[in-house]
Design a protein around this ligand. Sequence first.
Ligand SMILES: NC(=O)C1=CN([C@@H]2O[C@H](COP(=O)(O)OP(=O)(O)OC[C@H]3O[C@@H](n4cnc5c(N)ncnc54)[C@H](OP(=O)(O)O)[C@@H]3O)[C@@H](O)[C@H]2O)C=CC1
Ligand SMILES: O=C(O)C1=N[C@H](C(=O)O)C[C@H](O)C1
Length: 265
Amino acid sequence: MTMTRIAILGANGRMGRALIRALAADPKAELASAQVRPGNSLIGVDAGSLAGIDALGVNLGTDIRGDVVIDFTSPQNTALMAADCAKHGRALIVGTTGLDGAQKAALTDAANKVPVVFAPNMSVGVNLLLGLVELASKVLGDTVDIEVLEAHHRHKKDAPSGTALALGEAAAKALGRDLKDCAVYGREGITGERDRQTIGFATVRAGDIIGEHTVLFAGDGERIELTHKAHNRDTFATGALRAAHWVVGKGPGLYDMKDVLGLNG
Ligand SMILES: NC(=O)C1=CN([C@@H]2O[C@H](COP(=O)(O)OP(=O)(O)OC[C@H]3O[C@@H](n4cnc5c(N)ncnc54)[C@H](OP(=O)(O)O)[C@@H]3O)[C@@H](O)[C@H]2O)C=CC1
Ligand SMILES: O=C(O)C1=N[C@H](C(=O)O)C[C@H](O)C1
């Protein structure tokens, strides 16, 4: 059996630990390295022990080894790691959200040299939801108000979530709108009546909510709510592993989860 040799970045993070557990349960994946920041007190601890499973014989460290790197860290780190992967000829799977234009450009640059899969949500359900939102937007068109609602845990640093933005993009694209021009990020005070051409975003940050997204299509007399709720982080971790297997042997390029799942036509 051919094994996919995987490097996990930010191995001590919430997603890092979920990835270690998912990888340990995947017979076709081998943990090549589990990276943490230099000086982290966990260096030398077995990755499996950290993730609450049996020891895996791979200790947390600062090296990056393997053929495919999985990154769920921070936008700044992701941009640096993209350049590093391009330099060392490693494929890269990026789940990190909140990247600015320059950080996204770092991924595009790396994608000229190596394959890069970049998706704000690696779950199958959310990637199906993106297609459903596109369909609903096309059918309902300008007869409804569209709002994207999202809720996440109190530790999340970016808002709206990367997934919420992708859902808004999917609706805007289907309607021939540019999200840059029609997005409304929260409301306060005397806002005036709602403009039907806008797409609204509402953000909740509370407790340990893993990740919930609803796209609301509200018309006169009826509404549709398309909702996805993640019950745990395994759904993101197994999606990232699926991407890691898929990317092996692919040429340089920027891909997304729809490519991985065969949903791009
Ligand atoms: N695409 C998807 O399906 C999903 C995406 N995400 C995204 O993944 C990212 C991580 O989420 P989560 O795991 O909850 O976050 P955590 O804060 O739990 O983990 C982040 C990890 O990245 C490390 N890190 C951050 N910055 C740096 C840096 N500059 N250099 C080295 N290491 C760094 C942290 O190290 P340290 O502890 O030392 O700070 C930590 O190990 C977020 O952007 C989130 O939105 C999350 C879930 C699903
Ligand atoms: O930070 C998180 O936790 C999550 N982030 C992603 C996002 O910003 O969309 C995906 C998921 O909902 C969890």
